[in-house]
Ligand binder design. Structure first.
Ligand code: SF4
Length: 761
């Protein structure tokens, strides 16, 4: 109940005190007891990697087993993903039978719930409905669409598919002369890849699971692991139990980062939950460089900087030390909103630890200075000697299950020089040096009419982009778009091409009739056994088959026998020859030996840079200024409101743009038309909890949004992506093209509390 004297009441009833916990058991029980329960369990036990996050459970050791052979490592998120893949086929009436207008009215969840795609569909120019199409016609259209100048050809991919399909996709485009290989990582961890590669010469995690288990401190920044990487929570629980520390840095106080009940430890964790954060810091969104400069300053002043390590194994450190010394505490605290004492306390915890792993997710990368954020973390690891030894290092936490594998396979506009040379040797000719389009530049190029054909290997390009109207318009200027997908998504209904949009059904990972591989976020390559689909009389195709057949039609045997690439064993042979660190994949069919990609995990401080040393880089303090209401045209007379720094985020029960559950009980957000705000901001602005407001961004306004009071940094707010993409324009980090989804100025506007106070609903 609201306090009548203070409409912004201090407590929000009904919020769970523990993340994870019994709702997870309930979810497993419901899934198990459902009619699809037996098939679900059969799939869980299938020898293939989890479809969901890049922690990468499953594979040859069994569906529930991690790379160290530990059982019981499968989470509810995985069950949600498998359950969706086991849905029946989309009924004809639900897709071809619906008008475009009806399809466009579907929410993300409703689109997903239509079922599995089972037959190729096409939407032709001027028609208002998708219609079925045969595979022969699909290939004719695809072949003709690919016979365009290479710079007008592009692809986009999510990390859903296999290494083999990813490799073929980039090989085909590069052989045709196009480097336009946009990928979902452009929208998430590109700053990690760019930032880490500059400093360490390698753009991925340097920490293996084994190494993580030797750490006694984890600094977890900008990650909601309880929802997005649940199995990481088991490692944090164990770390706390062995006396280690977890420092969480996040503007939102997520309950699961305080306490988490893990079903993997039914006795000691499920009942009351396990402690996670030893220290929780809530900085201003976008101020991470200031937070880490503050930690560095605290470490320097405490004499905890490892000068011997720096001198022996790094370069660039004198400039970084000079920057730290030249940055005053006042500037640091003013930028990040944390006190000197808080930062000194956290610094002391890091200094005391024997091995620190610095882990982060998109709270770090989704900023205009995302690369600086990553490098500020890497600098801190190096200053404390926490890189290049077991139990320590930098660990970006990747999202989609094979997003990292796509990067390794060369599906990226940042192709490694050694892989470029190997591909040129394979193809017997130089690759194009024309810079390719990353995801944002693809949208801009399409909008400018410079793209004719787009092949999407999974994903929801429309939904993942900011400014939905711009994305729709841009995609609408492409002649032909081919979407290879297992299930429908909103992008298939809103991201429509000018002349032909094809939605082509493919096998998922556990159905694919041949063996495939994927790579986890910790560089572990898993080998997936073949499977079968439950869909009867479906016309699914394996992505490798589609791409190899398209390549054969376009290129024949020039300069390699593209038809032979129908055989994934041959694809793996080519991967072994051309992808750095992937040599063991050549024999994986015989050995079934999964492996860690060579040259990624550093157990010694020798780094793959030209000098063999890590290269620290100064990281400038960001200027964080929010505009006033006048930036948005001002508040109307009698209206209350304020400008806040909006964090766009996934809800619990959501995987990237796919929404499995509408509500988010852990944050007390009962539906998706909500905004999480700090109570002090509500008081300041004259707004009240549960009031309906308008939220105005630079690309539009969402009306009838319910305010949810919560534990979020003052001045910040949180709304759910992808819906909020409709109103935001997010500038991109110029060094990697990743949009700043986590610090978007928006104006929250509504009736003042004096007239808006009302009971919660
Ligand atoms: S932690 Fe990630 S990889 Fe492991 S079971 Fe859960 S969703 Fe799958």
């Amino acid at each position: 109940m609201a306090d009548p004297d203070d409409p912004v009441a201090p407590a929000e009833p009904g919020l769970p005190a523990v993340g994870g916990g019994w709702p997870l058991i309930d979810g497993w029980a419901r899934a198990t007891l459902s009619p699809g329960g037996p098939k679900l369990w059969q799939t869980l036990l299938h020898r293939s990697a989890c479809l969901s996050c890049a922690w990468g459970t499953g594979g040859q050791k069994g569906g529930f087993t991690d790379e160290l052979g530990e059982p019981l490592q499968r989470c509810l998120k995985s069950v949600e993903a498998i359950g969706a893949e086991l849905m029946p086929a989309v009924p004809e009436a639900a897709f071809a039978g619906r008008s475009l207008e009806e399809l466009q009215a579907l929410s993300s969840r409703e689109a997903d719930r239509l079922g599995r795609l089972a037959h190729p569909m096409i939407l032709r120019e001027g028609r208002s409905r998708y219609e079925p199409i045969g595979w022969d016609d699909v290939f004719e259209i695809a072949e003709a669409a690919f016979r365009v100048p290479p710079e007008r050809l592009a692809s986009y991919s999510s990390g859903r598919s296999s290494n083999e399909a990813a490799y073929l996709l980039q090989l085909l485009l590069r052989a045709l002369g196009s480097n336009n290989l946009a990928a979902c990582s452009d929208l998430c961890h590109a700053p990690s890849t760019v930032g880490l590669r500059e400093i360490f010469g390698s753009g991925t995690s340097m920490v293996s699971l084994e190494s993580l288990q030797q750490a006694d401190c984890v600094v977890l920044v900008g990650s909601n692991a309880p929802a997005n990487h649940p199995r990481l929570m088991n490692e944090l629980i164990r770390l706390r139990e062995r006396g280690g520390s977890v420092i969480v840095i996040n503007p939102v106080l997520e309950v699961g980062l305080l306490k988490f009940g893990s079903p993997a430890f039914p006795i000691r964790s499920m009942l009351r939950g396990s402690e996670i954060a030893s220290l929780f810091l809530q900085p201003i969104p976008g101020s991470d460089v200031a937070v880490f400069l503050g930690l560095q300053k605290a470490l320097l002043e405490a004499g905890a900087v490892q000068r011997g390590f720096l001198a022996a194994h790094t370069e660039g450190w004198p400039e970084v030390l000079a920057q730290i010394e030249g940055t005053c505490w006042e500037a640091i605290s003013a930028c990040c909103g944390l006190s000197r004492e808080e930062l000194e306390h956290a610094g002391a915890v890091i200094a005391r630890a024997k091995g620190v792993v610095f882990a982060w997710a998109m709270g770090i990368t989704h900023h205009v200075n995302g690369v600086d954020n990553v490098q500020a973390i890497a600098n801190t690891a190096l200053l404390t000697g926490n890189a290049g030894r077991p139990g320590a290092g930098t660990m970006p936490i990747r999202g989609h299950s094979n997003v990292q594998g796509f990067g390794s396979m060369g599906v990226s506009v940042q192709l490694r020089a050694d892989m470029q040379r190997a591909l040129e040797e394979l193809l017997g000719r130089p690759l194009s040096r024309v810079p390719g389009y990353d995801t944002r530049s693809l949208i801009e190029a399409a909008d400018a009419g410079r793209v004719d054909t787009l092949l999407c290997l999974g994903g929801n390009l429309w939904g993942a982009n900011p400014d939905s109207a711009e994305a729709r318009r841009a995609l609408g200027r492409i002649d032909t778009i081919l979407y290879l997908a297992t299930k429908p998504n909103q992008g298939h209904f809103h991201g429509l091409a000018a002349r032909r949009t094809l939605v082509l059904p493919v096998f998922n990972r556990f159905e694919t009739p041949h063996r495939t591989t994927v790579e986890s976020g910790n560089n572990y390559v898993r080998f997936n056994e073949p499977g079968t689909t439950h869909l009867r009389q479906a016309q699914l195709i394996a992505e490798v088959s589609f791409l190899a057949e398209l390549a054969r039609r376009l290129l024949g045997t020039d300069p390699i026998d593209w038809g032979r690439l129908q055989d994934p064993v041959y694809v793996r042979e080519l991967i072994a020859r051309t992808v750095p660190g992937y040599a063991p994949i050549a024999t994986i069919d015989a050995t079934k030996q999964e492996f860690t990609v060579e040259g990624r995990v550093f157990d010694a401080p020798a780094f793959p840079t030209p000098s063999g040393r890590a290269r620290l880089a100064p990281t400038p303090l960001p200027a964080l200024v929010l505009p006033g209401p006048e930036h948005f045209g001002g508040l109307a007379p009698g209206e209350a409101g304020l400008v806040v720094s909006l964090i766009t985020a996934r809800s619990y029960g959501q995987h990237n743009t796919v929404v499995y559950k509408e509500g988010d009980s852990y944050r007390g957000m009962p539906h998706r038309q909500t905004i999480l705000m700090n109570r002090a901001d509500l008081r300041r602005a004259g707004l009240v909890p549960h009031q309906r407001v308008g939220v105005q961004g630079e690309a539009g306004t969402l009306e009838d949004i319910e305010i949810i009071p919560g534990d979020i940094r003052e001045g910040a707010a949180l709304m759910f992506y992808p819906e909020v993409n409709a109103i935001i324009r997010a500038p991109a980090d110029p060094r990697c093209g990743t949009p700043a989804y986590k610090r978007v100025p928006v104006l929250v506007r509504g009736r003042p509390s004096s007239v808006a106070a009302q009971p919660p609903r």
